[in-house]
Design a protein around this ligand. Structure first.
Ligand SMILES: Nc1nc2c(ncn2[C@@H]2O[C@H](COP(=O)(O)OP(=O)(O)OP(=O)(O)O)[C@@H](O)[C@H]2O)c(=O)[nH]1
Ligand SMILES: [Mg+2]
Length: 246
């Protein structure tokens, strides 16, 4: 005879399969989005837009570290409810060194670029994106590519063709969608595309993130162990040399 839950039918304790399924569903619809792009590309601006927060007039400084935003999608506004936490990491050369630390725990990438920038600036920005997507912990994850600022002469399809973005996406196996930050309907459709994809891939992505995080912590432990054993070896060598001399 198995143990029965003593609570009312439909209760939400951990022993109910219904509660476990609900918890799993909840976890599946909570997504972590990483917001990257070169310095001044509009990440902080976009974070405020997506979270519906007003950016203070005196808040114009570069992000030195990370900034977090929350996005809540209600079921009434869309086919499903979802909560996304968005983490912006600063885009300066120094901050870019931090980026890889956030890849493994993220479900998807939102990448900002200034569409009004020169060809050279755009080329550098997409080269950087390519390097990000080649990282093992980002490969295959969905990417929302968001243009900031106005540019009457350049359209999204010009960018797509000039920088061969389709091939970039195929090369890293990352589904890619382009939109413009200053076009509310486009941005909304872009976020819908991203969240729908994340919802469809939620169980597989959850497994992948767990695996990548375990791998990361194991590699960290291995490095610590190796460096401490190296220290021990140096200590032994010193001792042996002194011993031989005697
Ligand atoms: N007019 C206009 N200004 C923008 C737009 N996007 C960003 N800006 C301005 O450009 C400046 C830099 O934008 P941020 O959003 O702070 O850039 P960031 O990518 O967060 O930069 P870092 O934090 O330094 O990596 C800010 O003063 C913004 O007000 C845009 O689409 N239009
Ligand atoms: Mg910023």
């Amino acid at each position: 005879m198995g143990l029965l839950c003593g609570k009312q039918p439909g209760c939400c304790c951990c022993c109910c399969p219904a509660a476990a399924a609900e918890e799993q569903l909840e976890q599946q619809q909570r997504f972590k989005l990483l917001l990257l792009g070169v310095a001044g590309s509009g990440k902080t601006q976009l974070g405020h837009l997506l979270s519906g927060r007003q950016r203070a007039d005196d808040d114009r400084s570069a992000t030195n570290g990370v900034r977090c935003y929350q996005l809540q999608q209600q079921q009434q506004q869309s086919e499903f409810a979802a909560v996304a936490s968005i983490t912006e990491v600063g885009g300066s050369a120094e901050m870019q060194r931090l980026w890889p630390h956030y890849y493994a725990s993220s479900h998807a990438l939102i990448y900002c670029y200034d569409i009004g920038g020169s060809y050279e600036q755009l080329r550098r920005s997409f080269e950087l994106l390519q390097r990000c997507l080649q990282h093992a912990a980002l490969r295959g994850k969905p990417v929302l590519l968001v243009a900031s600022r106005d540019s009457e002469s350049v359209q999204l399809y010009d960018i797509e063709h000039a920088f061969n973005l389709e091939q970039l996406a195929r090369g890293s196996n990352c589904p890619l969608h382009l939109c413009h930050m200053l076009q509310p309907a486009q941005l909304r459709a872009g976020m819908q595309w991203l969240l729908r994809l994340l919802q469809a891939q939620a169980p597989a992505l959850a497994q992948r993130i767990k695996y990548d995080l375990n791998l990361m912590s194991w590699q960290q432990r291995k490095r610590t162990l190796l460096s401490s054993s190296k220290l021990a070896q140096v200590h032994r060598q010193r001792f042996h040399r002194a011993h031989r001399k005697v």
